[in-house]
Design a binder for this molecule. Structure first.
Ligand code: FES
Length: 121
């Protein structure tokens, strides 16, 4: 299992073996801007700051230019981390849409998601 950390917000998502970056974020309660989900449109492009990935399924050769690839541009709909990564989403394209799922998967309690308790009167 690897992790993907979001720069600059610091969110961390665990990625299961063979799971794409997009799949891991969706599974943990997030949504991101996507198009084809097949490595063919480039709408999902993110920037990799650290770590590496592989495309276990084909992506279009025309979506990410060689210059972009050299700069660390990645298609998270197809990219599977091969080591822990730090990535940056463009134009705030990542958003948390299911805070409860995120809380349940974290196994931790945070002040923002404390369960409500009844107060005796
Ligand atoms: S959603 Fe089309 S390339 Fe990722």
């Amino acid at each position: 299992m690897t992790t993907v950390t979001v720069h600059p917000t610091g969110e961390v998502v665990e990625v299961r073996d063979g799971e794409t970056i997009m799949g891991a974020f969706y599974r943990t309660g997030y949504a991101m801007r996507i198009g084809c989900k097949r490595g063919g449109c480039g709408f999902c492009k993110i920037d990799v700051h650290e770590g590496d990935f592989v495309y276990e399924r084909p992506v279009s050769d025309e979506v990410v230019t060689p210059e972009e690839a050299a700069q660390g541009v990645c298609l998270p709909c197809r990219a599977v981390p091969s080591q822990d990564m730090v990535v940056e989403f463009r134009e705030n394209s990542l958003r948390l849409v299911n805070p409860l799922m995120r809380y349940m998967l974290s196994g931790k309690e945070s002040s923002a998601h404390q369960p409500r308790t009844r107060v005796p009167v």
